[in-house]
Ligand binder design. Structure first.
Ligand SMILES: C[S@@+](CC[C@H](N)C(=O)[O-])C[C@H]1O[C@@H](n2cnc3c(N)ncnc32)[C@H](O)[C@@H]1O
Length: 264
């Protein structure tokens, strides 16, 4: 199937996912929700700002279904969970059933994100995480999302951020042919500005999320080497200041880049 994005690596992952015990699916769901809390907070804000009593949402590449399960529990949402793979939709359904998703607010759709069956302007919010980086040519996909988005609607995209150790590791593994999904790219905040311009969308928010492994090592070093002898007040000051740096500039150095694009 020529989807525009590599899918064979995902299919194997989803088959393994279905074999996991129920308890593990519940634990993995909680871990995902913690790791993706900035992404979900942004989505929640977008939903709250939407003036419609029922907010029509579309997830492309719902995969494990964790985001959609959480979003189905918010009061005003109605979600279409879509994926190109049947295996992924089976996982979405399983997570919904095991992790208290609101089944009455979800519908499922097997579709390629570059050719959606919906009419123009069908959705208030479209979101995807871990998908755009798998397209060698993003334009047909972005054009299709813009088509099905309502005027005034928001597109929320979460991808790997370029300036991180993950990019180097991925590039080395791709050269060796050992990278799971086969091929994958990454985006900087400048790339998001260019993407918005190319598709006539307004980029209204940029945020970073999640530390990559090298930052975690630095944090461990700080905790081991400095924290034991730093006065508490100074440690708290550092932590608070660092929190502000991450909030303002995290999109330039954290592992994931999240952008909110608006259609006028
Ligand atoms: C990294 S996974 C995303 C994971 C998802 N956010 C989650 O929480 O599990 C990418 C997903 O996009 C799907 N996908 C890949 N190409 C696609 C396409 N052209 N249209 C729709 N879905 C696609 C894959 O099947 C996979 O489920």
């Amino acid at each position: 199937m020529n989807s525009g994005a590599a899918t064979s690596g995902f299919a194997k992952e989803f088959v393994k996912y279905m074999e996991r015990p129920e308890e593990q699916i519940r634990r993995d769901y909680q871990t995902f929700i913690q790791d993706q809390h900035v992404y979900h907070e942004i989505l929640q804000e977008v939903v709250k700002r939407c003036p419609r009593p029922v907010v029509d949402m579309l997830e492309i590449g719902s995969g494990s279904g964790c985001s959609t399960t959480l979003i189905s529990t918010w009061p005003t949402t109605r979600v279409v969970a879509s994926d190109i793979l049947m295996e992924a939709l089976a996982c979405t359904r399983r997570t919904m059933a095991l992790c208290h998703g609101r089944a009455d607010k979800i519908s499922y759709l097997r579709a390629n994100g570059t050719r959606l069956p919906h009419r123009d302007g069908s959705f208030d919010v479209i979101y995807h995480q871990g998908l755009l980086e798998h397209f060698r040519e993003t334009a047909p996909f972005m054009r299709e999302l813009k088509r099905v988005l309502r005027p005034g609607g928001s597109l929320v995209i979460n991808v790997p951020q370029t300036y991180s150790w993950y990019t180097v590791k991925k590039w080395l593994e791709m050269r060796r042919g050992t990278w799971g999904p086969g091929w994958e790219t990454q985006f900087s905040s400048g790339d998001f500005v260019a993407l918005a311009k190319r598709h006539g969308l307004e980029l209204v928010q940029l945020k970073g999320q999640t530390y990559d492994s090298k930052w975690n090592e630095l944090a461990k070093g700080y905790r081991k080497l400095f924290r034991p002898w730093l006065p508490n007040a100074l440690d708290q000051l550092f932590t608070k200041r660092w929190g502000r740096v991450v909030d303002r500039h995290g999109h330039r150095f954290l592992l994931e880049l999240i952008g909110v694009f608006k259609k006028s």
